[in-house]
Design a protein around this ligand. Structure first.
Ligand code: F6P
Ligand code: MN
Length: 309
């Protein structure tokens, strides 16, 4: 075994060589550490997690609450995070004791698609990182984003000024580099349509018809992280969660779900739009803010936006 090569390809080593700021690197790394505990909790149902068991007492907590606590603790542990918002919290959480030097704010969805765990489908953790004390900013201001996908394998994708990179959790509990400088294809072959057809708006109905007529294959798991991961890493394509007659802003949340994924997809050369404007340019003012989304390969996103002109 080439030990030197092996060590070089770990997540921390990659972060250090990437030249990104130390605080940002440690946030990405610590979310990676947290994800191993989330992974363990999910796969074993064992809630006796290191250093946190007293918090939970005898109660059986829902997995997404457990994941939230684990990630919150690790973010606090970095000493570089001043504020967080999480899909599991109703308000901004302030870490009081943080030094003000080089602070970051983090928005995260600890366990997206958690109801899919019961039926053994893939789920994920999604994270957006901003410099400073304001976690509610337009997505364009992100300095980094990442997701962890808990599937047959556990993988971590992070993006920052140095590009988008994928790591795979090995049997030693290390995230090892699998792909660097990922680029999403200009045009793909699959589409992932969220929502119920009965509730589609006419523009969206036309978009879906065009994709079907053009021979796109349906690939929709109901988990945002695996669905985006497939588009990013495999063959490109288009993920959609539209505005509907029942929900004019769609379903997916801007701060925890759409902004970080839009950041990663754009960084990899793809695009993300609400149909009219880039997702990353939408004002973000509310924890529960939602937006319709068309995200993936550039050509398909551009095609979708034509229907809203
Ligand atoms: O936000 C939660 C989520 O489960 C996403 O992971 C997924 O893309 C979406 O909701 C699925 O919604 P639906 O069940 O309406 O397709
Ligand atoms: Mn979610």
């Amino acid at each position: 075994m080439n030990i030197k090569k092996h060590v070089k390809r770990g997540l921390w080593n990659h972060l250090m060589k990437s030249g990104i700021e130390m605080g940002l690197a440690s946030i990405i790394y610590e979310v990676g550490v947290a994800s191993k505990y989330v992974n363990h909790a999910m796969r074993t149902g064992d809630l006796g997690l290191a250093g946190t068991s007293n918090l939970y007492g005898e109660d059986q907590l829902a997995l997404d609450v457990v994941a939230d606590e684990i990630i919150k603790d690790r973010l606090d542990h970095t000493g570089r995070v001043s504020r967080i918002i999480s899909e599991e919290q109703s308000e901004i959480v302030i870490f009081e004791r943080q030094s003000r030097v080089g602070g970051y704010s983090v928005c995260y969805d600890p366990l997206d698609g958690s109801s899919l765990v019961d039926v053994n489908l893939s789920v994920g953790t999604i994270v957006a990182i901003y410099a400073g004390d304001d976690p509610l900013q337009s997505g364009r201001h992100q300095v980094g984003a990442m997701y962890v996908l808990y599937g047959p394998r556990t993988t971590l994708v992070y993006g920052a000024s140095n590009g988008v990179h994928e790591f795979t959790l090995n049997n030693l509990g290390e995230y090892v580099l699998t792909q660097e400088y990922i680029q999403v294809k200009e045009r793909g072959k699959i589409f992932s349509p969220g929502g119920i057809r009965r509730d589609y708006l006419p523009e969206h109905e036309e978009i879906v018809k065009k994709l079907e007529n053009d021979g796109y294959k349906l690939r929709y798991s109901g988990g945002f992280v695996p669905d985006i991961n497939q588009i990013l890493l495999k063959g490109g394509g288009l993920f959609m969660y539209p505005a509907t007659t029942k929900a004019e802003h769609g379903k997916l949340r801007l701060p925890f779900e759409l902004n970080p994924m839009a950041y990663l997809i754009e960084l990899a050369g793809g695009a993300a739009s609400d149909g009219r404007r880039p997702i990353l340019e939408l004002d973000c003012y509310d924890l529960d803010q939602r937006s319709p989304v068309y995200i993936g390969s550039r050509e398909e996103v551009e095609m979708a936006t034509q229907y809203f002109k």
